[in-house]
Structures are given as C-alpha cells and as structure tokens.
Design a protein. Structure first.
Length: 201
C-alpha cells in the first residue's frame, strides 16, 4: 500500500470513505474512464433514484479507509480508476436498475465487481443477479399461485357451514315446541305433593 503523508484534506477524505464503508452494506465498483461528464451526471441521477450513493475515490486513501473500517475485502473493489456505488437498501433493486440503465444508455461505464453479504462477487455473477425477479415480482407470483386454491378452500368451508345454519333454523322452532309441554307437565307434579304432606300430619 502506498505510504501517504497525512494532511488535513487527506485525513478528511479517509474519514469520508470510512463513513461510506461503515454506513452501507452493498457496494459496486465501476470504472467510468472514457465517459463524458454529462454521462456521469446522468448516471448519478439514476443512482440517486435507487437510493444509493455515487463516490469517486482516490485509491490510496480508499484502501486506507477500508483497512481502518476493519474490512479488508473492500480493498478488492479498488483497482484502477474507481468510483464506488454504495447502498443500504435492496441490493437487487439497485443492481437491476444499473444494468437496465446501462443497457439503454451507451455511457462507457464498466462494472468491475461488487461486495455483497461479506463477499466479493465478480461482474459475471452480478450480471446474473440483475436477472433475478425482484421481491415484489416474487410476492406477486406467489399470490397468484396460492389465490386460486385459497378461494376454493374458502368456498368449500363456507358451503357446509351455510347448510348447517339453514338446518338449525328449520329445527329451531320444533325444539322450542317440544320444550313447552314438558314444562307444563311438571306443574301438576308439584301440586300432587301437597296432600301427601297433610296426610303425614
């Protein structure tokens, strides 16, 4: 690693890079060499839409910052002209957004590699990740798969219950009528016991 003579500006830049590394979980390393300033500006706006940061780094200072951040693997992101895309949001959403944008725009930006879940992944792997369905797409497909069986289940459960309810409504009055004579029949029994008490006297 190149030995850097510290000064206030360099110390401040190292701290900025450390903050970038410590406050995010997902990083993509790109080489913007050959891209026009207008192209980079356009790319930055797209990155901001995906809730990510775009940072042009000075390699020697970024290597120090990665080391001081306690994550030497991040040093593998820094090689040649480097800009870092950093995010703490959905890595898949950012990856898909970048590849879609670069496929539509000829900006001359080259993706080097990325850092995801504590590991460095190369551009080929990152490209494959960009083709995966998004979280929302997966949820939508899952709901489509289960909605039809659930509808059938709800119908099948509801139908027998409605039959039971109708049956109870029909036999309810009959049960009530059957209870009334029983109550009346019990009253004379109480009266019949009175003479027995007199006879004992």
């Amino acid at each position: 690693m190149e030995k850097i003579m510290p000064n206030e500006k360099k110390i401040k830049m190292v701290e900025e890079y450390k903050t970038l590394f410590n406050s995010n979980d997902f990083f993509i390393s790109i080489n913007p060499t050959g891209s026009a300033v207008s192209s980079i500006s356009k790319f930055r706006k797209e990155i901001n839409k995906a809730d990510a940061q775009y940072k042009v780094v000075k390699n020697s200072l970024a290597l120090i910052a990665a080391n001081e951040a306690g994550n030497e693997k991040l040093q593998d992101l820094i090689s040649g002209p480097t800009s870092i895309l950093a995010s703490k949001s959905d890595p898949l959403a950012l990856t898909k957004s970048i590849y879609k944008f670069l496929s539509e725009e000829n900006l001359g930006i080259k993706i080097n590699n990325a850092y995801l879940d504590g590991e460095i992944i190369d551009e080929i792997q990152l490209n494959e990740i960009s083709k995966l369905p998004s979280k929302d797409e997966l949820i939508s497909k899952l709901l489509m798969l289960i909605s039809s069986p659930i509808s059938r289940l709800v119908y099948n459960l509801k139908f027998p219950i409605s039959q039971l309810t109708n049956t109870l409504k029909q036999i309810g009055p009959q049960l009530a009528e059957a209870e009334e004579p029983k109550a009346e029949a019990e009253e004379p029994k109480a009266e019949a016991e009175e003479p027995k008490a007199e006879a004992e006297e």
